[in-house]
Design a protein around this ligand. Structure first.
Ligand code: ADP
Ligand code: MG
Length: 597
């Protein structure tokens, strides 16, 4: 007699449950995914005690026949793939055939289901993985799964569950993300007899965002859709004045499946790094549509993580999408929002063209990228044979291309020696001359540094400064960093330092003061590591200090030069500190105020 035995099925299921079923929210996720896969139009989730006592998911989807219902709780029973080849192009949420048996192995489980064709339904009851009975019962079309006393037979797992509030929070987060991905499906979440989420079916994601997160949220995201080579992106990006204190509002979907992705998180992180203040996070809801062949979704039992075949291009295309969003006109903070009616669903996003040229006080936009409007459709993949109509979501044409024309922008005024006023189509733009110049200098300095091509300007009369002991202690590292930026400093014995040259871009400001402030900054924040971060701070500081200041009187030509340079930067709307450079007032709002409607 050998020692190896095949495990009895109910034990194997219990083990598998450990991977698929972590907590009540994972049960909700698996059941809701099944309902979505079954083409449901309405899904109701009911939970008690954070799902620990009861989880019930009711759908009006395709339902199952008697035989299928019995099979569905068996291991590796799935209607969604038949061969290995299918595994390479998965379009359904489920495919492993593990969820129902795994859930049934660790709970008291009941399934009631009926297809449109059958006159009566089927009820299957399983307790701790052991099938109790199968009966024919009356049932509406669709499926109702009830999971009671989760982990009642695995006390160790039950102990690990968090408070009801926390478990419910996970459930809410899941339903929210499923709701975002499937606006055409009605969702309802009832917890302890109270309705927590009610989202009726609608046509667009932005309507769904409105239903789930509220109007303020919906009005503060910029929507855009872009088709790239390997990925189509449909993004909702929070405006810079609408930030959050956590990453909870960064949601990623791959082919409508909610995913976690370090790759995408880090793309978002670096795109917003120089725009948002520390500790604030952008709202980013990102739907990626990728050919299923180019991703592996079968790397995680709950399919929460995926592997992209070509990470590099996904990363760069997501970065491009984010930067386009940041250049869109909607991304410029509006002066006064409340007066305007809630914007209707916007599909087109506008962005300023990148290059402008001054021509007799009018911006002439020369180098417009002759982009084709990329259009694409989002559709729920087809699935079960014969169910194509149910499956197909209304296909929506989405497109986004910069469409604002700088030819029509004109310099209208300069106010308080601080703001430059220009008119752009239906907007009045107020540009802060100091912050604009700061952005220009910052980007130029930074790109010179990145190309190791910093240009310095020797001083006719070298300056000497006397440093404090604290400044002296940071002098070595400060000199290294400042030299990289184009300064030339020299120790002159004692605590004296000679400034021989400055970056050519820094033509304003009190040089002595700037240099000592930069050294102070190094002294106070250098911690032996993270030189890059410090370098960035020094850059921002230098740009700020040597920029045109508020109150400086500019000529029209200077103002125009500044605007031209500003629109050539990668981020003309936001300074490196996160302050807005441009504030926009909409003509519609003016009209409204004067009751011109
Ligand atoms: P998978 O979803 O990976 O196929 P599951 O264990 O979740 O595996 O479900 C097994 C099968 O049961 C599914 O393939 C599907 O055919 C059927 N099924 C499960 N839930 C539903 C539902 N709500 N409506 C219709 N069919 C369902
Ligand atoms: Mg499933």
């Amino acid at each position: 007699m050998g020692k190896i035995k095949i495990l009895p099925e109910n034990i194997a299921n219990k083990i598998a449950a450990g991977e698929v079923v972590e907590r009540p929210a994972s049960v909700v996720k698996e059941l809701v995914e099944n309902s979505l896969d079954a083409g449901s139009g309405k899904i109701t989730v009911e939970v008690k005690n954070g799902g620990k006592e009861l989880i019930r998911v009711i759908d009006d989807g395709a339902g199952m026949t008697y035989d299928d219902a019995v099979l569905s709780v068996e291991r590796h029973a799935t209607s969604k793939i038949q061969s290995l080849r299918d595994l390479e192009s998965i379009t359904t949420l489920g495919f492993r055939g593990e969820a129902l048996p795994s859930i049934a192995a660790v709970s008291r489980f009941e399934l009631v289901t009926r297809t449109r064709e059958s006159i009566e339904g089927t009820r299957v009851r399983v307790e701790g993985g052991v099938r109790r009975d199968v009966e024919r019962v009356g049932s509406p079309i669709g499926t109702r799964v009830t999971v009671s006393n989760l982990f009642y037979n695995i006390p160790a797992r039950r102990k690990f569950l968090k408070s009801n509030v926390t478990e419910l929070d996970h459930i809410i987060k899941y339903i929210t993300s499923a709701g975002l991905a499937h606006p055409q499906v009605s969702f309802k979440l009832i917890s302890d007899d109270k309705t927590i989420i009610e989202a009726r079916r609608c046509d667009t994601v932005i309507e769904r965002i409105h239903a789930l997160y509220g109007r303020d949220f919906a009005e503060n995201v910029v929507e855009l859709s872009l088709g790239f080579e390997t990925v189509k992106l449909h993004a909702f990006i929070g405006k810079p004045e609408f930030t959050k204190s956590s990453r909870d509002y960064q949601l990623f979907f791959l082919n409508l499946r909610p995913i976690r992705s370090n790759l995408l998180s880090s793309a978002v992180g670096s795109a917003f790094k120089s725009i948002l203040p520390k500790g604030r996070y952008p709202v980013v809801i990102l739907f990626l549509e990728v050919d299923p062949k180019l991703v592996d979704v079968n790397v995680h039992p709950a399919k929460a993580e995926v592997r992209f075949r070509d990470e590099r291009s996904i990363y760069s295309e997501v970065m491009r999408c984010l930067s386009m969003a940041m250049q869109s006109q909607e991304y410029i903070p509006l002066m006064d929002k409340p007066v305007l009616e809630a914007k209707k669903t916007k599909v087109e996003t506008t962005a300023y063209p990148r290059k402008v040229e001054v021509e007799s006080s009018v911006f002439k936009y020369l180098d417009r990228q002759k982009q084709e409007k990329p259009t694409f459709t989002f559709s729920r993949p087809k699935l079960l044979p014969g169910e194509s109509d149910q499956w197909q979501v209304r296909q929506k044409e989405l497109s986004a291309t910069p469409s604002i024309d700088l030819e029509n922008i004109q310099l209208k005024a300069r106010l308080f020696n601080t703001y430059i006023v220009v008119e752009a189509e239906n907007d009045v733009l107020f540009i802060d001359q100091h912050i604009a110049d700061e952005r220009v200098i910052y980007e130029k300095l930074k790109s010179q540094m990145e190309q190791s091509a910093v240009s310095s300007q020797g001083l006719l009369l070298p300056l000497t400064v006397e440093l404090s002991p604290a400044q002296m202690s940071a002098l070595d590292i400060a000199m290294e960093l400042l030299t990289d930026m184009g300064f030339e400093l020299e120790r002159f014995g004692g605590r004296t330092v000679i400034i021989r040259a400055v970056p050519a871009l820094m033509q304003r400001g009190d040089i002595k003061q700037i240099v000592t402030d930069l050294i102070d900054q190094v002294a106070s924040s250098y911690n032996g590591q993270d030189k890059l971060k410090l370098q960035e701070e020094l850059l921002i500081m230098s740009a700020c200090r040597s920029a045109i200041q508020a109150g400086d009187a500019l000529t029209d030509a200077e103002a125009l030069r500044l605007l031209k340079e500003l629109f050539n930067t990668s981020q003309p709307f936001m300074c490196p500190h996160g302050r807005p450079i441009i504030v926009r007032m909409n003509r519609a709002e003016l009209d409204e105020r004067f009751q011109r409607k």
